[in-house]
Design a protein around this ligand. Structure first.
Ligand SMILES: [Fe+2]
Length: 285
């Protein structure tokens, strides 16, 4: 879908190369008709204004964000996700979860995006384990497509956060699959936001039925982070990524900082130096 968006952008802007469209509102011209049919329940690209491009020569991975990239139509058909292998089902589903959570805890939400994010989080905790365990469970597949769509809606208007910024840097440098990088990073980043995210993570814990509104925000938030870890274990997602090399970390963190700051409305600001911790968190010892 992102490739189709990029092709459309080049048709609309034949004299502008893709790397010149990096960032926000650099296309700004109507694309040919685009109908998106997602074959994974994850990116939400069928409803978002983003196309993520990797330049295979420079290994630079960058987003193009523009309203004209939002597909005119999206077709959500669970049949096309039936044959998706369990590992891809798991990691793409965790990408959708990351969209919903990062959009929800950010400082730029609306009533609508909060609602979409909560719907997505609830659906994912219920149906992702089912879709992972049985790829032919069309009910679970259908709910996961809706979850990815809701999450896409939420982050298209309310952005993502440091999980995505760090994940993009890893994807660009090591080709780490986007959903896998997000899945591994998510609990560490949520933990690092600390008290700045307690209230909203508590809200999500209540939404998925593992916390009580009367409980303290801190306890609720800790329960939610633990639920993410439990989901990771259920989906056989590792806690570490062996490809990360210590000597790459400063430049990777700089890339993540460049992407996220000041665009992403994260609960707690961190500079490039502070972002380095996440690479060490998930590096093999
Ligand atoms: Fe994503």
């Amino acid at each position: 879908m992102d490739c189709a968006k990029a092709v459309g952008a080049r048709i609309a802007r034949p004299r502008k190369t893709l790397d010149k469209m990096e960032g926000i509102l650099q296309v700004w011209k109507k694309l040919p008709l685009l109908i998106a049919i997602p074959t994974t329940a994850g990116t939400g690209s069928e409803t978002t204004l983003a196309a993520v491009i990797t330049d295979s020569r420079t290994r630079h991975k960058y987003p193009i964000n523009d309203f004209v990239l939002i597909p005119r139509y999206a077709v959500l058909d669970p049949e096309v996700t039936r044959g998706l292998p369990p590992a891809v089902t798991a990691t793409t589903g965790m990408d959708a979860l990351t969209h919903a959570v990062e959009a929800f805890i950010g400082g730029s939400t609306t009533k609508e995006t909060r609602h979409d994010a909560i719907s997505a989080v609830k659906l994912i905790f219920t149906y992702l384990p089912k879709a992972y365990a049985d790829g032919n469970d069309m009910n679970a597949r259908r709910h996961m497509l809706h979850a990815a769509y809701f999450a896409g809606n939420a982050f298209s208007k309310s952005y993502v956060g440091y999980v995505h910024a760090v994940a993009h840097s890893l994807g660009g440098r090591y080709n780490t699959p986007h959903g896998l990088a997000n899945a591994v990073l998510l609990p560490y980043v949520l933990q690092a936001y600390g008290r700045h995210a307690y209230r909203k993570l508590h809200r999500l814990a209540v939404a998925i039925g593992i916390s009580d509104p009367m409980e303290s925000h801190r306890v609720g938030a800790e329960k939610f982070i633990q639920a993410v870890r439990d989901l990771q274990d259920l989906l056989d997602i590792p806690r570490k990524l062996p490809e990360i090399r210590a000597e790459d970390i400063p430049s990777l963190a700089k890339k993540a900082d460049h992407e996220a700051n000041p665009l992403y409305p994260v609960p707690k600001l961190m500079n490039a130096k502070e972002l380095q911790r996440f690479y060490y968190d998930i590096m093999e010892d």
